[in-house]
Structure formats: structure tokens, C-alpha cells
Design a protein around this ligand. Structure first.
Ligand SMILES: [Zn+2]
Length: 390
């Protein structure tokens, strides 16, 4: 029986409070938190937190890659990316794939799904497939109408490891697709849309529960009748208490004021942090190769851009930086902001033992240095990252 005592930390209980204390971990789970006496910890490995923050690990439900690796490139890319996440405080991830409909693409989904059980450095509840049933392209995703036959092929290729599918509420015939996904207990996100109120409400009625990279690729309807304000997917989602939303909190994709507006509509419980990151995220400023026939320019204050044409090529955000930005931008108790990267995504995915700091929860933990960089990261009680001493 392996046990670990992390003592003298500030415990972040997402959504609840931050207080000084210790955490006792046994066999991958938290067994006690608070002030823990020496008696119950005999034989435990002891880590002194020196008064630093200890939080549940961050959960990224929308990311395409990190550093030099892309999940969609295949099992090697997936395994390489998984090894890098601990340094950014990420302990659970949904590798996100934009399906490219060409020969062998279903086989690729099968290979990626089959690689998941061999990953131990991070929890992977399943894949997030962004498309192909979309109304508006974006990041090269296909725009197919809802197709139950094709959906069946995708679901079976993923062999039980499809966690999330993102669809557009205005893709033709999307309602039966959403219903079918819900029957399979696959979580449905909405995105890439010009949907009107009725289409958005129909998608939510059918079982969609969340809007991903909210505001981005959610086109506002144009004003046709001067003086009459048009409404669409953004207003429907903000107004509907069934839907939560997520943001690429890099300061480029979404203005902090737009995030604050959503927080007012949804409360802290309805907001999730994502990265939507690609190659270059987490790397120092520079120019990096991609598999897309061009290079990307990455700098910490910006997103990834085409190296010569300068257009947005994706996000270079990492979850630790996103959390630091939210903590700076939002005037909320910090334990509520921490929930946006931990408890809220866990609840969205139905992961009852994740995103919490409480007895019975999985010991996915991060000890944070000043400046919010991970000093230590544990996944299921196993140390997977320790910051090198400078
Ligand atoms: Zn994406």
C-alpha cells in the first residue's frame, strides 16, 4: 500500500474554500485532508509544501496538441503530448481531433482510441471529436450534415472511447445525431455556428449541454431590420441555464470583458477553461514547424500565427497560463475561479472523483510555485512531474 503525505500547503477546494492543511493519499486516492497527525501517516512519503497552493489537477476538455506534438498525428503524437502535460499542471485531458475525411481516417480514430490505455502520465477519459457535423468550418473542419450512418462508424471506430463530440446546432439533421450521442452517453458540445434561436434551443432540447470556444466561430446574425437587434446562438446559450460554456483564456481569442459577461449570466459554475492549443503551446517564443505546410510563430503574449502571413493558426495557451489569466481578470473568490479548470470540467464530463480535493477523490494534484507554475504534479497518487531545480 503506497501512501503520500503532502503537508503544509494551502488546500484549494474548488468552489468552496482555500485553507491551510495537509493531504493524505493512499493507493491513488485522497483519504484525508485538513490537519493530519503523524500517527496516521507512518511509512508515508512526506512532501513539505512550504505553504504553497495545492489544487486538483487541471482538466483540459479541448486541446489539439502541445509543444511539438499533435494528437491527430497518431498514437506517437498522443503519447508524446501526454508526457508533457504534467509540467502545465494538467492531469486529465481530452485529446481533440478535427476529423479529416480522407482514406483511413476512421482507422486513425481507432488507433488513437487503442493507444489511450497505454498512457499513464495523464488521465484520458476519451477523445473529443470536433466535427464532422458542422455548419461553419474553422480550423479546417469538414461541414457535413447530420448523418446517423456515419456517426455509427465514428462511434464504433472509437470503441467506447469517444467522450465528447462537438457539433453545430445549424448543421442540417443534427437533432437525431445529438439524441443518438446522448443515448451512447457521449457529451455533446455546440460550436462553429450561425444558428438562430430556434436551432440552438432544439440542439439543447436534444441533449447538447455545453458550448466550446464560446464566442469564437459563433457568428452574430447581421442587423437586417435597422433598430431591431438580431439574436442567435450566443444569446440562446447565455440565456439557457442548461448550457455551460468554455473559453480560450489567452486574451487574444476572447476579450476578458466577454468572459465577465458570461460569468454574470452563468455564474462561476457554468464556466470552463480550455486551451484549444496546438503545436507551439508551452514552447518559448519562436518559429516552429507544423505538419500543415507552413510554420507558426509563437509568443507568450499572443496566439500561434502563420509565420509570414500572420493569420491566427491556433491557440498557444497552456492551462496554467489560462488559469493565471482568469485569476487576474475575474473579480471572484479564487476558489471559484479554480473550479473553472478543475471541478467544472470534471462535472461536465461526469467524472465524479476528479476536480475535487476531498476524501475519496482521485489523487490528481498539483503543487504550485509562485507565479503559478507547477512545482510537482501527481496523477492518481503517482508523481509524474517535478520542476527541475534551477
Ligand atoms: Zn478545437
Amino acid at each position: 500500500m503506497s501512501s503520500l503525505l503532502i503537508r503544509n500547503v494551502r488546500l484549494v477546494e474548488p468552489g468552496k474554500l482555500i485553507r491551510p492543511g495537509d493531504v493524505l493519499v493512499r493507493d491513488g486516492r485522497i483519504v484525508a485532508i485538513g490537519s493530519i497527525g503523524a500517527k496516521s501517516t507512518a511509512g508515508a512519503e512526506i512532501v513539505d509544501g512550504a505553504g504553497r497552493l495545492l489544487t486538483p489537477g487541471l482538466i483540459d476538455v479541448h486541446t489539439h496538441g502541445i509543444m511539438h506534438s499533435l494528437y491527430e498525428s497518431g498514437p506517437d503524437g498522443l503519447l508524446a503530448a501526454a508526457r508533457e502535460l504534467g509540467r502545465f499542471g494538467v492531469t486529465t485531458v481530452l485529446p481533440t481531433i478535427v476529423p479529416q475525411i480522407r482514406d483511413g481516417w476512421l482507422d486513425r480514430l481507432g488507433e488513437l482510441s487503442a493507444a489511450i490505455p497505454s498512457v499513464s502520465e495523464v488521465n484520458i477519459p476519451g477523445l473529443h471529436i470536433e466535427g464532422p457535423f458542422m455548419a461553419v468550418s474553422g480550423a479546417g473542419c469538414p461541414t457535413l450534415p447530420g448523418d446517423l450512418e456515419l456517426l455509427e462508424k465514428i462511434v464504433s471506430a472509437c470503441a467506447g472511447r469517444l467522450a465528447v463530440m462537438s457539433v453545430s446546432p445549424d448543421a442540417p439533421n443534427i437533432v437525431p445525431v445529438i439524441r443518438r450521442l446522448r443515448r451512447e452517453k457521449i457529451t455533446v458540445f455546440l460550436t462553429h455556428t450561425r444558428a438562430n434561436v430556434e436551432q440552438t434551443e432544439a440542439a439543447l432540447d436534444a441533449g447538447a449541454v455545453h458550448a466550446t470556444h464560446f464566442y469564437d466561430v459563433f457568428y452574430a446574425p447581421s442587423e437586417i431590420d435597422p433598430g431591431v437587434r438580431p439574436v442567435g446562438a450566443v444569446e440562446s446559450i447565455l440565456a439557457d441555464p442548461r448550457a455551460s460554456v468554455d473559453f480560450i483564456a489567452d486574451g487574444v481569442h476572447v476579450h476578458p470583458t466577454a468572459i465577465r459577461a458570461a460569468v454574470e449570466a452563468k455564474t462561476w459554475m457554468g464556466i470552463v477553461l480550455i486551451t484549444d492549443s496546438i503545436i507551439g503551446a508551452g514552447l518559448p517564443a519562436g518559429i516552429y514547424d507544423t505538419p500543415w505546410g507552413y510554420q507558426v510563430k509563437v509568443s507568450p503574449q499572443d496566439a500561434a500565427r502563420h509565420s509570414t502571413k500572420n493569420f491566427l493558426a491556433g491557440s498557444a495557451l497552456t492551462m496554467d497560463r489560462g488559469m493565471a489569466n482568469l485569476l487576474r481578470w475575474l473579480k471572484l473568490p479564487p476558489e471559484q475561479i479554480w473550479a473553472m479548470g478543475t471541478f467544472n470540467p470534471a462535472r461536465l464530463l461526469g467524472l465524479k472523483r476528479k476536480g475535487r480535493l476531498e476524501p475519496g477523490a482521485d489523487a490528481d494534484l498539483v503543487l504550485w510555485d509562485e507565479g503559478l507554475t507547477a512545482a510537482r504534479t501527481w496523477v492518481n497518487g503517482i508523481s509524474i512531474y517535478e520542476k527541475p531545480i534551477e
